[in-house]
Write a protein that binds this ligand. Sequence first.
Ligand code: SAM
Ligand code: SF4
Length: 456
Amino acid sequence: MKKVHIKSFGCQMNVYDGQRMADILGEQGYEETATPEGADLILLNTCHIRDRAVQKVYTELGKLRDIKTAQKAEGQETKIVVAGCVAQAEGGEIQRRQPAVDLVVGPQAYHRLPELLAEAAGKRVVDTDLPIEDKFGFLPAPKPQVIRARGVSAFVTVQEGCDKFCAFCVVPYTRGAEFSRPVAQVVAEVERLAEAGVRDVTLIGQNVNAYHGEGPDGAVWGLARLMHRVAEVPGIARIRYTTSHPRDMDDDLIAAHRDLPQVMPFLHLPVQAGSDRILAAMNRKHTGDEYRRLIERIRTARPDIALSSDFIVGFPGETDADFEDTIRLVDEIGFASSYSFKYSSRPGTPAADLDGQIPRAVMDERLYRLQERIEHHRQAFNAAMVGRAVDVLLERAGRHPGQLAGKSPYLQAVQIDSETNQIGDIVRVVIERTSTNSLFGHKFEAGAGSRKEMAA
Ligand code: SAM
Ligand code: SF4
């Protein structure tokens, strides 16, 4: 068998796309290998969101060129493919900067990988077309053993692209306009995953709560209705969705958190900043108080919900007072976890042309302070779990013999002592202690959605 090494950078959408490309190449006789050395095909699935992510790709490509040259000296041909959002944004420029690259394929064109690879025999090829509709209908279904090897939690792309045009963000340009997969296609994929043992699905999209797919009845279904349907799939015990925009959190979606036990009480809802002035300059189309009121409504519907967010520090024009508004919002909401980034100017985005770009040293200082507050709240949230019973989906063997590792409803990593192998089951665990990144506990009964409960 030929060997392919796939390395994905960036968001969950890329993890999903990487798996789909592995499925396509699997049909072409490739098996996945964990290292680039010895591979016949090396595929970088890239991220364009911040400048650093892009620079990483070029550094990586330099190393891959050396591997390709060394393998050629030993008589092995190696093809290098660049896929994902850098491929979309930079196209043929990638091959000008790194001539060892054989093929550049954008995120909406990768279903054509087999023909493009054939075309790339002896010449360089670029395909960065953006017709999203094409792709999903052409993707082969993964085999049950492949799904099983990937584990009991899976991502399912239901939506791609974004029409929000936040002033800092490249996504509307790299992933194109919003597109939602039809309900029947999503349900068929979830059913296939569930039949192979998947228990936890995360419905993903760049702006997933803008989902508006065609239902089997011909009507347009929103994300809430889709989740009600996914909740009916036998075996699916947990449903999550990411990433959402505050403006698209409608009443039905909030109600789904109250009405559907499968929808996990954890929501990633990026706010980006706390200052209304900066939020307006970012074109986020909501204020800090609108976000606070939204959180109140979500917490009323689902009192045990935990929240996470993304933050950008150092957006052009951000003053100390604006930054303090972000800190105040973080302290008021008390996020269970969050991602935070220094603003990175992206060519072609409206914010790149704004006056008032913030010096690096100021950004460093703000990021440090913000991360200290985020970490404080994360640790407080984790510490509050001690003594509580939580349902843990067991995902894999733990760090030590006799341990199993899994996830709480809040996406915390949990290690439990267990002699029996129950991967894929959900057990109620009493949390005894925490470390920086994990919770530790012991199992005492079957949890909500456990196989035992479902069989009853
Ligand atoms: N659609 C999501 C949203 O509305 O927040 C996430 C999009 S993006 C893949 C993930 C995060 O990267 C964003 O939420 C934002 O915090 C960050 N990000 C995007 N563009 C950025 C930039 N130019 N500089 C720094 N961070 C950025
Ligand atoms: Fe980017 Fe998210 Fe804004 Fe869309 S909603 S432009 S993906 S940050």
